[in-house]
Structure formats: C-alpha cells, structure tokens
Design a protein around this ligand. Structure first.
Ligand code: MN
Length: 254
C-alpha cells in the first residue's frame, strides 16, 4: 500500500508523526506537508508563485518532504512528483483540533483529503478534538491507532468516486472507544471579531470567537465527539442541494 500522508499543521507537527508511525505498518508512507503551519488554508492552491519541495529528515528518522504551498498543493505535488501517480490512499492529519460541522470548508486538513478525492483516490481526514482545558502535549495515540484501523478497512472497502471520510477523535478516546457514523452538524460562532487599537489608535481585528454551545443534534459529528465517541462523517464533493434543486425546478427563480 502506498500512502500519501499530509496535514495542514506543517511538516514538524506531532500529529503527522503519530499518523506516520501508525500507518507504516500498512505499507509505504510518503510524507509531504506544508513547510509551516497552514491551518484554515481551506482548499486554496498556489498559482502565482513557484512551489518548492525540500526533502528533510523527520524526528522519527524517516525522510519527508516539506512543501512551500498549501495542504492542497501538497496532495497535488505529492501524487504527481513524489508518488509518481501510484497511490492507494491519501491521509490528512492528524490535525491538532476538531474539524466539525460548518468548519469543514475552512479546514486545510479536510481540504487536503478532498483533493485526494478529486484525484480519484480513497481519502480520509483525521482530527484530534482538543480537550478543554487543553492538554499539553496532546496525546495522538488513540487517533493514530484508529487512523491505521480505518486505512486497513479501506483496502477491502473502497469508497465510491468523489467521496471521502472525515474523522474526529476525542482526546481521551481509549482503544475501546466507540465510533459513530455521523452527518455534518452545525457549528456556529459568537463574538467572531475582536477589535483592538494599534499604537496610533487605528483599529485592527482578530478573527476569534467562541463556539455557541447549542445542544447539538443527535447523529451529528458535533454530538458524537461531545459524547466521547469517534465521529466518522462520509462527505462528497458534490455540494448540490438536491431538495432545493427539486423545489427550484417546480418554481424556477427565472
Ligand atoms: Mn490544523
């Protein structure tokens, strides 16, 4: 099995090393990740400047590739240049932080897996839910074990074209933690913008905010991780709202 492993936290992120170690039992792991943290890069690609790849030795002694571009660039270049288009699985993660609900389109982690699906490859995104209060260092073991189990399962159960799996693992998940198949939930933020003043008195802004603590709907990714279960959400690239399409066909807007 030839596995392309990437992330959006950067080539030096502990979650990437944890995933690499767990996946190495399944085959050859090719690590290609952004040279610096690129969280919230979404599905962006680099068009207006050259992209560089640099091979380097990772903390575990293996060789990886740092890429000057985005997580999506990593998958594109990794597939073509590093794996020479021979790839069985794309794994993105393990991200330091959940990727749930409406956050998915911001996520570089999920977007890298989406790019895997765009290339016609089986793809999974894996994120570790950071506990509150945060634990330092984060413990990736349960998430890494689950990533390897899921990757092994995917060998026998290929996903349909244009689909991928988004996985979120609670921080304290044990080996026996239950996994739940979920749908994408809602995640809304309050107080999103923090305004401050620079030394000359001009305002500047931080995007911040806290998550609105609604009662999440059962069956959703948000609900599953709140209950301490591993969430697996199947996603597809087709963002069409089919019920709305049907309604608009009955009452066309134009
Ligand atoms: Mn990240």
């Amino acid at each position: 099995m030839r596995i392309l492993l990437t992330n959006d936290d950067g080539i030096h992120a502990p979650g990437l090393q944890a995933a690499r170690a767990a996946l190495s039992a399944l085959g050859e792991v090719f690590t290609i990740a952004p040279e610096r943290p690129r969280s919230a890069a979404g599905h962006s690609i680099t068009l207006h400047k050259p992209l560089r790849l640099e091979r380097l030795r990772l903390p575990d002694g293996t060789v990886g590739t740092a890429c000057s571009g985005t997580p999506t660039d990593c998958v594109t270049l990794g597939f073509d240049v590093i794996l020479e288009q021979r790839c069985d699985l794309v794994v993105s993660g393990i991200n330091a932080g959940a990727n749930l609900g409406w956050d998915l389109t911001y996520s570089g982690t999920v977007s890298a897996a989406i790019e895997g699906a765009v290339l016609g490859l089986p793809a999974i995104a894996v994120s570790l839910v950071i506990p509150r209060p945060p634990s330092d260092p984060l413990d990736y073991r349960a998430a890494a074990d689950f990533t390897a189990r899921l990757a092994a399962w995917l060998q026998a159960e290929p996903l349909p074209a244009g689909t991928l799996l988004n996985v979120n693992v609670p921080h304290a998940a044990s080996e026996t933690a239950q996994a739940e198949l979920t749908h994408q939930g809602r995640r809304e933020y309050v107080d999103r913008i923090e305004t401050r003043a620079d030394p000359s008195g001009r305002p500047y802004y931080w995007l911040a905010g806290s998550i609105r603590e609604d009662v999440p709907d059962p069956g959703s990714d948000v609900h599953a991780v709140l209950q301490g279960r591993i969430s697996i959400t199947p996603l597809h690239l087709d963002m069409t709202a089919y019920p709305l399409l049907e309604r608009l066909r009955l009452r066309p807007p134009v």
